[in-house]
Structure formats: structure tokens, C-alpha cells
Design a protein around this ligand. Structure first.
Ligand code: SF4
Ligand code: SF4
Length: 121
């Protein structure tokens, strides 16, 4: 939690678990843990539960939750800090050579570059 605070510059202690972030998240249907849940788990220091869920990797960094949060917490920054912490363990969360050809053919290049930046150590 201290590392997340240090990297993100956000005070996650301010979260009051209102769930507004989850309520407006456009990715909510595919997230295994809601943004509110991620804030709760990070406050509890439950790193492994966060690591096992897809939430921080599926977050689109759209900022909807950040502009809606009544406590002014920049949740995408918190998610980014968590990704950095996990990627520093030198684990790739996507292997470029394992992406199927049909996906490579259809995927816009900018999406691929963004994906590699976000998911590889
Ligand atoms: S909207 Fe803000 S205060 Fe409410 S649960 Fe999400 S992070 Fe916490
Ligand atoms: S930044 Fe991530 S968690 Fe926040 S609303 Fe967008 S997709 Fe959801």
C-alpha cells in the first residue's frame, strides 16, 4: 500500500468505499474485482488477490472513475502504480509471440503498442 501511494501520489486512505467508481466504469462487466474492490483490497494490503484478478490489466484508463470519485482519488493512477509494481517483478502479462495471427491481422497498431507498454516488463 505504501508503494502504491508513493508511485501514484494518491492517498488511497481517503477512499470511503462508496462504489461510485464501480458504478460508472465502462469495463465493469469484464472486471473480476470492481474498482471499489481494488481500493478495498489495496487498503488491506491484499496484493496477491489483486495480482490474480484481471482488473488492473483490463482497466482502460478512461478516467471516468477519477472524475466521479467524491474523494478526488485518481483511481487510474492507482491502477497504473499497481501495474508497475507487478511488472517490476519482471513478469510479462502478455507474450507477443503467443498472440494468434487472426488477432494480429485485425488489431490496430496503436492498440498493440499500448497493450505491450501496459502488460510487459
Ligand atoms: S469513488 Fe472514490 S471514494 Fe468511492 S469507492 Fe471509488 S475510490 Fe473510493
Ligand atoms: S479508469 Fe479503469 S477503473 Fe476507472 S472507470 Fe475507466 S476502466 Fe473503469
Amino acid at each position: 500500500m505504501e508503494k502504491v501511494k508513493e508511485i501514484s501520489g494518491e492517498n488511497i486512505d481517503k477512499c470511503m468505499q462508496c462504489g461510485t467508481c464501480s458504478g460508472g466504469c465502462p469495463m465493469i462487466d469484464v472486471l473480476q474485482i470492481t474498482p471499489r474492490g481494488i481500493m478495498h483490497l489495496s487498503a488491506l494490503g491484499q496484493e496477491q488477490k489483486i495480482a490474480k484478478a484481471n482488473t488492473i490489466w483490463m482497466c482502460a484508463s478512461c478516467n471516468t472513475c477519477a472524475v466521479r470519485c467524491p474523494r478526488g482519488i485518481d483511481i487510474p493512477k492507482v491502477m497504473e502504480a499497481m501495474r508497475q509494481i507487478f511488472l517490476r517483478k519482471n513478469v510479462n502479462y502478455i507474450e507477443p509471440n503467443q498472440i494468434p495471427d487472426e488477432v494480429l491481422e485485425d488489431m490496430p497498431q496503436i492498440v498493440m503498442v499500448s497493450c505491450f507498454r501496459k502488460h510487459t516488463a
